[in-house]
Structure formats: C-alpha cells, structure tokens
Write a protein that binds this ligand. Structure first.
Ligand SMILES: C[S@@+](CC[C@H](N)C(=O)[O-])C[C@H]1O[C@@H](n2cnc3c(N)ncnc32)[C@H](O)[C@@H]1O
Ligand code: SF4
Length: 503
C-alpha cells in the first residue's frame, strides 16, 4: 500500500468511527451539514452578528453611546488586489500594477488612502481623549502589499502617529503570492519588517494548476512555492491560507496540497472551506454542466479529515477546525478578538467592522456592532466630505449578547460564567431555546459538556461537530438575526444549498 493509500484508508476509518456517512441524514435533519453558501455574508463565522444582518443606523447618535474600553484591536482595510479571484466575495477592487500601475489605478488608490488617513486621524483623537491603547493591528484586504513602498511607510507612520500602540503588539499585514514575488516584493517585506510588522499572512488557496486557473489567481504553483521561500527568510511568524472545495478541487488535490504545505512548514496555516456568494464560482456551482466538478459533502469530509490527520502527524497543533500552528506562540490573537465581544475591535476603511461596549452598561444596550460603508467610492466621498463612514450596525441587547456567546464562544469552548448566567436570567425564553438546541446537538454527538479546571461548566464541539464547525455555530444566530437573513428552516437550507445566493 502506498503512503497516500494508507492515509486515505486512515481518514476513512476515522470518519467511520465518527459514524459517517451513516449519521448524515440525522445531522441534516437538525440543520448540520456541509453548506456551500456564505453564512450571513462570510465564509467563516468570524464575526457576530454577521454582516448581512446589520441595519442602517445614525452614526452620530450611536457613536456617542460607545465605550471603546482601555485597549482595542485595530483593523485597517486596503480593498485593492492585482487579481479578482472567482470565489472571493470581499469588498475589493482590481488594480493593474503592471509597469507601475495605470494612472487611474494610482488615482483610485491615492484617493482611498487620503480618506483612510482622515478616518485614522478622527479615531486617533477620539481614542486619545479616552486614553485607549491599541493592543494589536491587522492590515487586511484585499491585498495591502499591493501598495508601493512609500504608501506602506506612510501608512505605518500614520498608525504610530495617531495611536498609542502597546510595546510588543502584534502587527500583521496581508500579502499575496504575486505581490511577494514581484520585483519589489523582497524590498517591501524587508521595509515592513523594519517598520515593526511582526507577522505576514497570505493566501495560496491551492498548489494545483487547474484549481488556480479557474480561481483566476494569476499564477501557477511555482509562484506560491517561491513566495513561501521569500517570506520564511524574512518573517518568523507568518500564515498561509488555503481553500478546500474550490472548482475542480478533490481529496487528491488536498492530499497533494498537504505534501507541499508540510514540506514548506509554515508556522501558521488556515485551511478554509470554500463557500460561495454572488461570484463566478457561486454561479458555476448552480450550473448543471459544472456542478459535478465541485466536491460533494462526503469528498469534503474526507479531505477535511486528511488535513487534520496529516497536519497532526507532521507535528501541527490544531487551534480550531480551520487553523493549525507549528508551535503555540504562533496562534493569531486577532482572530480571537474578532470572534469575541470581550475586547473592542475598531475597523477602519471601507466595509470594515467594529464592536465595542456601551457607555451606559446598566441599560439594555450592552454594546454596539458597526460597519463602514461597503463601497469604495461611497466611502471616499463620505469621508472626504467630513462625514462618518459608519453606515450600518446593530445594538447588542442581552439576546444578541447571549447569541454571540454561543455563535462565537462555542468555537473554542463556551464557559458558563457569572455574566452569562445573568444574561440567561434576563432572556429566559431564548436561553431555554438554546438549551433545547444544545441538548439536541449533544444527542447527535455534535456538542459535548465539559468542566474546566476551576469547576465551571462548559459546552464545546466534539470532533464530529468540528467537521461542521461554522455551520453548527450559525445554528445559534439569534432569532432576530435569522429573520434578518431570511434563513429558511434547516432542512431546506441543506437541500437547496445555494437558494439564498445573491439575495
Ligand atoms: C483577504 S484574503 C488574503 C490575502 C490575499 N488577498 C490573498 O488572496 O492572497 C483572505 C482569505 O480569505 C479566503 N477566502 C476568500 N474567499 C473565500 C471563500 N469564498 N471561501 C473560503 N475562503 C475564502 C482566502 O483563503 C483568502 O486568502
Ligand atoms: S482572495 Fe485575496 S487576491 Fe483574491 S480577490 Fe480576494 S482578497 Fe483579492
């Protein structure tokens, strides 16, 4: 038996031990199954409430009630890319960077950066007034590494000028294989390191040339291999994104990707599951002629088990269903902040998302979730005219806080502490609904009760539950959020996986 055959055999036996595929009909009936749609607007339950459930709000009134606390995490969005990938649903715009870029591309980027600096200056003075410090920075996109050296330097200097960044804070920036391997890539990375960037994150998605071609990534497998070599020479802490389940992907492709990734050994790996919105791969998924070239649920589960098993074998520690680290210090603090309400997050730039507490904690509003205008031109025009880019959001009342404690807390174990017990008391009806759902999911082997070392009761995903991690978390969206998203009932959602596309 070859190594590959033995690995596939082991992965099939692991699935078998979890009762798969036999248990799939019962899981589907409870709304647990591999879904191909974005969940509330995102390919992973990264934030709660999900962006598609937010409503227009009056920025001035809302911001007056916000308390950012003593420390925040800062997210800065750079919405430009040199490719427009066929699966990607982010707010991004294509910029031609060949031969220094077109004039209109440079204008667009320049105007955006001008508006961004105005917004950063606004928040800098607001936070200075309350003595709020920044404990981590994430410059994401899009592809921020598309910016030229002068713009990157200017952005970093602006951040340091406007905010008090605590010493030792992690400062992460996103790149891409094309920006890293471009003629000026090494110089930019070196500059960023000198400017205090501590971590680089970039997406490869796959090393398979056919998958890459249909994803419109603009490169073949040799480019990401070269990019990894460049990055690992400059940064100690870096992350590689891959996606399982893209068009023409297969368990065999996952196996080949694993061989390549393990040979490269990035300190942090994020291996997403492809979900589609109103983008080309979403349309292909609905086309009879193309549907068969997408992995079905059982192929996805086999691939996921291969990923877990082979990365564990290679010495990786699994952080959650999608994230793996070669050593514990490489766990990304920013991802934890995004998925928790415990610490404030300030998002700056178009489409960015923030959450913070309420200035009057005794009231019904326990916090706020806010999102900036999600179209680049609208963002630039509003900020340039002196307006606030905050456009949509939600008031976090006790029900939403309780929902958030499940929808984001379950990913790493939800512990029922004193403040959660108070929330349960305040929204007894919803608490009963969640208890019922938890009992049902425990019965199906998706969740399990556990207790912490200090005797507190917790609820967490089992290995079976982790295979459907984001889908299970989304079952705990609040009734109000589900109504906003127009969620069909669970069974309908699974038999018509793309029913809500483009809605
Ligand atoms: C902002 S991008 C990362 C940086 C850079 N733009 C790149 O692509 O190399 C964030 C990551 O989200 C993931 N992603 C984007 N769209 C996705 C989708 N529809 N399903 C699953 N993952 C997706 C990709 O792995 C991508 O690398
Ligand atoms: S995956 Fe990355 S490079 Fe591709 S469009 Fe999305 S943000 Fe841009």
């Amino acid at each position: 038996m070859t190594l590959q055959e033995a690995a596939f055999e082991r992965a099939r036996s692991s699935l078998d031990r979890l009762g798969l595929p036999d248990r799939l009909p019962a899981l589907h009936a409870a709304g647990v199954g591999i879904s191909r749609t974005v969940l509330g607007g995102s390919h992973s339950v990264a934030i709660y409430p999900p962006i598609d459930s937010l409503s227009p709000l009056d920025a001035a009134t809302t911001l007056a009630g916000v308390d950012w606390g003593q420390q925040i995490s800062l997210y800065v969005h750079i919405p430009f890319c040199e490719t427009r990938c066929t699966f990607c649903h982010y707010t991004v715009d294509h910029v031609d960077v060949s031969a220094g870029g077109t004039t209109s591309g440079q204008d667009k980027v320049g105007r955006y950066l001008g508006a961004l600096k105005l917004e950063l200056a606004f928040w800098g003075s607001q936070l200075a007034a309350t003595g709020t410090e920044v404990s981590s920075v994430y410059i994401g996109g899009g592809t921020p590494l598309i910016l030229g050296e002068a713009a990157l330097r200017d952005l970093m200097e602006t951040l340091r000028l406007r905010f008090t960044i605590v010493p030792g804070a992690e400062i992460c920036i996103e790149g891409s294989p094309l920006t890293i391997t471009a003629p000026d890539g090494v110089a930019k990375l070196q500059l960023l390191k000198d400017l205090g960037i501590t971590r680089l994150s970039f997406g490869i998605q796959s090393f398979d040339d056919t998958v890459l071609k249909y994803a419109a990534r603009g490169y073949r497998r040799d480019v990401p291999i070269q990019a990894c070599a460049i990055v690992s020479d400059i940064f100690e802490n870096w992350n590689l994104d891959l996606i399982q389940g893209l068009y023409t992907g297969s368990p065999l492709e996952t196996w080949d990707n694993l061989q390549q990734v393990i040979a490269i050994r990035p300190p942090h790996i994020t291996w997403y599951h492809a979900r589609f919105a109103d983008r080309p791969q979403g349309h292909w998924y609905r086309m009879e002629s193309r549907f068969a070239a997408f992995e079905d649920e059982q192929a996805i589960l086999l691939g996921r088990m291969l990923i877990w098993q082979e990365l564990a074998e290679a010495g990786y520690h699994q952080v959650d269903g999608n994230r793996f680290v070669s050593a514990r210090p490489f766990i990304d603090p920013f991802k934890k902040i995004r998925t928790s309400m415990a610490k404030s997050l300030l998002g700056v730039g178009t489409a960015s998302y923030s959450h913070a507490g309420s200035a009057s904690p005794g009231g019904r509003a326990r916090g706020f979730v806010l999102r900036n205008i999600a179209d680049i031109r609208g963002y630039i025009d509003t900020v340039a005219a002196g307006g606030s880019p905050v456009a949509t959001g939600i008031v976090m009342d006790p029900e939403e806080m309780l929902a958030a404690s499940y929808a984001t807390g379950l990913r790493n174990g939800r512990v029922e502490n004193e403040s959660l017990r108070r929330l349960r008391f305040e929204c007894a009806d919803l608490a009963r609904q969640y208890d019922g759902l938890a009992v049902q999911l425990e019965g199906l082997g998706v969740l399990e009760a556990y207790s912490t070392d200090d005797g507190e009761a917790g609820l967490r995903l089992t290995d079976l539950g982790r295979l459907f991690e984001d889908e299970t978390l989304s079952l705990f969206f609040s009734p109000a959020v589900k109504r906003k998203l127009g969620c069909p009932d669970s069974q309908e959602r699974l038999t018509e996986p793309l029913g809500a596309l483009g809605a």
